[in-house]
Design a protein around this ligand. Structure first.
Ligand SMILES: [Ca+2]
Length: 89
């Protein structure tokens, strides 16, 4: 096997490794909820249950009022996500 062939082989292996890494990376990114340009005036129940999945206080309030299995008002005072979105400062 010539040096040239070894170099070509090394490049091919490198390409496969980076391809596999990019696939793994994209799988990891799928765990992060995709943000959409949905209108903010009207929310929909999309199975989200945590403040970290909300994008505003209004969305969190919509969720605790309309959607099942939410876990965003731990102290049950009717105000969701005080620390993230609906805090009084
Ligand atoms: Ca609360």
């Amino acid at each position: 096997m010539s040096v040239r062939n070894i170099v070509i082989l090394a490049c091919a292996i490198g390409a496969v490794v980076s391809y596999l890494e990019s696939r793994t990376g994209s799988k990891r990114r799928l765990l992060v909820p995709e943000t959409s340009d949905a209108p903010t005036l009207e929310f929909r129940c999309e199975g989200k249950t945590h403040c970290s999945q909300m994008s505003s206080c209004d969305e969190a309030k919509f969720y605790i009022a309309n959607c099942p299995a939410t876990q965003m008002d731990g102290d049950n005072d009717g105000v969701p996500c005080e620390s993230q979105w609906c805090g009084r400062d």
